[in-house]
Design a protein around this ligand. Structure first.
Ligand code: FAD
Length: 440
């Protein structure tokens, strides 16, 4: 952990007097039961910034999450406050303004922030990944130009891979980048871009060469570039505190100096990102689908971490509701069926957390099982945490279906984590291929 960050964390956390236990809102004032306490197994430093993130979630996010959802507000100022705590570049290097933390640290922070607002945290996670891509694969000029303002969140970033005709099969993308002098001329469109239209920096995957992954490059497109425009704001089930739009590129002139890495390295960059920069899984011998799947892999852990935070909040909301709601003359918490359900939810929550943290360590250490383990974590955590939140809603009965109760928003916000950043079907493909390709 960077010393600057640590001192910032300690300074900040000493200013915050309220306990981490007050993580959600005024309806949830009981402490965290020891058996699901997310600080178990963490170092003292990790506990410090986890506490800081929980406090930020409780005080700066949770009171507003319903309004941000209802009015579709992109909470720019709140995110800038988060950036003041080092959350704009959590795993970006300190030389360019980042916090220099590990993947596990990052997962712990996203889990905690999500208890206050999944949608906003999910956008912060995408922003962090874009920032990290520039920090890791950019040259000195690019890093110095973009990263500091992304770390402070004076500027915001979007990640542009998906196209109308290429989702799971991302390596079939069609957006072209033709070299003319010292510029690329980009043409094509990107679909479902988080932050699209409201952000300043777009990391665009585009085709500079022939078919397949080796023909793909990665360029940074700045917002005011002529030829860059946006589609209408999509109406969504959840993730409403962040806009989603198509990004349209029509004869968009981008300086060659904005390319990250070499031409044709787009997928290499992605895989290096996926593997923490060192493991080579050799995409030359893989199919398009495999490559596409791995390309999306670098974002798995944030999506899973956000699901985990939501599930953590929902287990507590469900427990609190069971303790106060009376039916048939007694508290719902006296009903053994509901007790068993709650016990299962807590067990799956802790199992999800353990798997996710193990995957984060594997990624950080570039272990040979990192790809499979991250796929397993993304699949298991996002599926199980959705089930936990949905069960929590069920335990609230009709109240759970009302927008006055936070549980419905957690359910709506984390549903998409089973779809994006590599669908959970694609995760199964990666895991199965890993199992079947290795002879015993
Ligand atoms: C709210 C939201 C935000 C997003 N943000 C971004 C963003 O910021 N940047 C970005 O680049 N993209 C973003 N996406 C896009 C997201 O990554 C894609 O939606 C996702 O990759 C799936 O692609 P698709 O929607 O085209 O589905 P498809 O690929 O058409 O898949 C449809 C279904 O078929 C299944 N399927 C496909 N192929 C196979 C197969 N071979 N075997 C088994 N099942 C298969 C899929 O799992 C899925 O269930 C976002 C999407 C949403 C909804």
């Amino acid at each position: 952990m960077a010393m600057g960050t640590l001192s910032r964390v300690v300074r900040l956390s000493s200013c915050i007097s309220r306990s981490r236990r007050l993580i959600f809102n005024s309806t949830q004032r009981r402490g965290i039961a020891s058996c699901i306490d997310p600080s178990h197994g963490l170092s003292d430093e990790q506990k410090e910034f986890q506490k800081m993130a929980f406090d930020f979630a409780a005080h700066e996010m949770s009171p507003h999450m319903a309004e941000w959802d209802e009015k579709e507000i992109f909470p720019v100022e709140t995110m800038r406050k988060a950036a003041q705590l080092g959350f704009g570049g959590i795993y970006v290097q300190p030389e360019v303004g980042g916090s220099g933390l590990s993947r596990l640290d990052t997962s712990v922070i996203f889990e905690a922030l999500s208890t206050g607002c999944v949608s906003t945290t999910a956008y912060i996670s995408i922003h962090n990944m874009c920032n990290w891509m520039i920090d890791t694969f950019g040259n000195t000029e690019q890093r110095e130009k973009f990263c500091p303002e992304l770390c402070t969140m004076d500027k915001f970033a979007s990640y542009c891979l998906t196209e109308p005709g290429s989702g799971s099969d991302a390596a079939s993308l069609l957006t072209t980048a033709k070299l003319e002098g010292d510029h690329y001329i980009l043409n094509g469109s990107k679909a479902f871009i988080s932050g699209g239209g409201d952000t300043d920096v777009y990391i665009v995957m585009c085709r500079t060469g022939g078919k397949g992954p080796k023909g793909i490059s990665c360029v940074v497109v700045e917002k005011d570039t002529p030829g860059l425009s946006f589609g209408k704001k999509e109406k969504k089930v959840g993730w409403n505190s962040q806009p989603t739009r198509a990004v349209i590129l029509e004869d968009c002139h981008v300086p060659v100096t904005n390319r990250l890495g070499q031409e044709g390295q787009g997928f290499n960059i992605a895989m290096r990102g996926l593997n923490g920069g060192r493991i080579n899984i050799g995409f030359e011998n893989t199919t398009n689908a495999q490559v596409s799947a791995t390309f999306l892999h670098w974002v798995y852990l944030p999506a899973a971490s956000c699901s985990l935070g939501a599930a953590h909040a929902c287990v507590q909301l469900a427990r609190d509701h069971l303790l106060v709601r009376k039916q048939f003359g007694e508290a719902l918490s006296n009903n053994q069926f509901l007790q068993f359900k709650l016990a299962e939810m807590a067990t799956k929550l802790v199992a999800s957390r353990l798997l996710l943290r193990e995957a984060a360590v594997a990624l950080q250490e570039s272990r040979s099982d990192a790809v499979s383990l991250c796929s397993m974590a993304k699949l298991f955590v996002t599926d199980e945490c959705f089930n936990i939140c949905n069960q929590a809603l069920q335990m609230h009965g009709g109240y759970g279906y009302l927008k006055d109760y936070a549980v419905q928003q957690f359910v709506r916000d984390i549903r998409v984590h089973q779809i994006l950043e590599g669908t959970n079907e694609v995760m199964r493909m990666i895991i199965a291929r890993s199992l079947l390709s290795e002879s015993g």
